[in-house]
Design a protein around this ligand. Structure first.
Ligand code: LLP
Length: 414
């Protein structure tokens, strides 16, 4: 069975025993289901039917090379948020023309490298950035392909830390300023405005904000046409949420319908930049219990070998991830605070969880960790970056070995 499923005795990934993987590769360990990534990518891609569209997987969600390559092989293009994600995309085999370059702050060095690459577009975040791109393109005798990222002042109704579409957020060009910029393109031969871009936030669980943003973009495309500017496409960003707690979320079909109802009358091709919805449910972080100790009269701490260094989301956003033992011990469920080993009180991976009894050495899966898990892992407390395994077609392979202390210190001097 594709993805994570339970046999009578244990949790499996694409029918491979996670307990066996944990023994073979140690913990903490990220495990991904290739079948799930493919299925989720295809479902999203198919939802747009024959309407002209391109799916640019948002590498920021997880840019481990093998996963980037897997998605490229499925026909995905890429959304990169830094010159280093562009480097990664190129290493994974994406052509420059299949990469869009987003990001609220692109340094002079990043722009100097990006402009001559011939990317599909650089998504521009301000009038100043547009002028810097223009100067670089002009000096190189090139025409830079740009998209204006519009800040639509729309509430994504997601977690405030991952909402990007309000005027108070740092992202994009406010509407009135964007309109003023459009009018300047006629006299700027080193720039070609190929698209408009919008992204209102991440982990969006209703289609309403996405549909609203798409409708606004459609109206702007109309205004541009009136100015005699014809775009190649409109980039509607990412943001489709996943069900971390079993709550209903829009299906790929709901999502596509919401976007297409706004843009179909234009007939203009669209780009989407999904990250989480493609890889989130395809990954789990496998961890072991390293200590159990009393907490309150009716609860215990289970200290895990993975914490905020391996998976930052709970500590950073209070995010919920389902957590389950790989094998269920007999006995009544107990009440646990699942914490990491990091020297921070905020290092709690799962609050107030009823679970089958846990003992030191037991392995657990932290679910839905495929997006913004490994990608945000760090070396605090000198925790090595965890190993990563891809399960594909009944076989598995290490796609990133565990970092060592030598890897970590190789850039340092005594
Ligand atoms: N496009 C742009 C311009 C973005 O800023 C993002 C995400 C995406 C696409 C992909 O969004 P997705 O489809 O994955 O929602 N670390 C946070 C999420 C930060 C999202 C940043 N931007 C988390 O763990 O929830």
């Amino acid at each position: 069975m594709a993805g994570f499923s339970r046999s009578p005795t244990e949790l499996l990934c694409d029918d491979v025993s996670l307990s066996a993987l944990a023994v073979a590769e140690g913990t903490p360990l990220y495990v991904y289901s290739a079948a799930t990534i493919r299925d989720r990518f295809r479902a999203l891609d198919r939802a747009f039917g024959d309407y002209p569209h391109a799916v640019h997987y948002a590498l920021k969600a997880n840019s481990t090379l093998a996963l980037a390559r897997l998605l490229r092989e499925q026909g995905s293009a890429a959304d990169a948020n830094s010159i280093w994600e562009i480097d990664l995309a190129l290493k994974a085999g994406f052509a420059p023309g299949a990469i869009v370059f987003t990001g609220v702050g692109k340094s002079p060095a990043e722009l100097a490298r990006a402009v001559p690459l011939g990317l599909k577009a650089i998504n521009v975040e301000s009038a100043g950035e547009l002028a810097r791109i223009e100067a670089l393109a002009s000096a190189a005798g090139r025409v830079a392909r740009v998209a204006i990222r519009v800040n639509p002042d729309i509430d994504a109704k997601s977690h405030p830390h991952i909402s990007t579409g309000l005027k108070i957020n740092k992202f994009g060009v406010p509407l009135d300023e964007a309109r003023a910029l459009f009018a300047t393109f006629r006299g700027r031969p080193a720039l070609r405005l190929v698209a408009l871009h919008v992204h209102v936030g991440s982990q969006i669980t209703t289609t309403e904000p996405i549909a609203k943003a798409a409708a606004l973009m459609a109206a702007l495309v109309g205004e541009l046409r009136a100015l005699g500017i014809t775009l190649e496409y409109v980039d509607l960003g990412g943001g489709l949420g996943i069900s971390y707690e079993g709550q209903p979320v829009p299906t790929p079909d709901d999502y596509a319908a919401a976007l297409l109802s706004a843009v179909r009358p234009l007939g203009l091709p669209i780009v989407i930049e999904p990250g989480r919805s493609v890889v989130g449910p395809a990954g789990a972080l496998i961890t072991r219990v390293i200590d159990v100790k009393p907490r309150t009269a009716d609860s215990e701490f289970a200290v895990l070998d993975a914490g905020m260094t391996e998976l930052m989301r709970p500590a950073l956003y209070g995010a919920y991830h389902a957590i389950e033992p790989l094998t269920i011990r007999a006995g009544a469920e107990r009440f646990y605070e699942l914490v990491g080993p990091i020297c921070e009180s905020t290092d709690v991976v799962g609050r107030d969880r009823w679970l089958s009894p846990l003992e030191v050495g037991d392995a657990l899966a932290i679910r839905d960790a495929g997006a913004y898990g490994s990608a945000m892992a760090n070396n605090y407390n000198r925790h090595p970056l965890p190993a990563e395994v891809l399960v594909d077609n009944g076989a598995w392979r290490v796609i990133r070995r565990r970092q060592t202390i030598d890897d970590m210190t190789t850039m340092e001097t005594l």
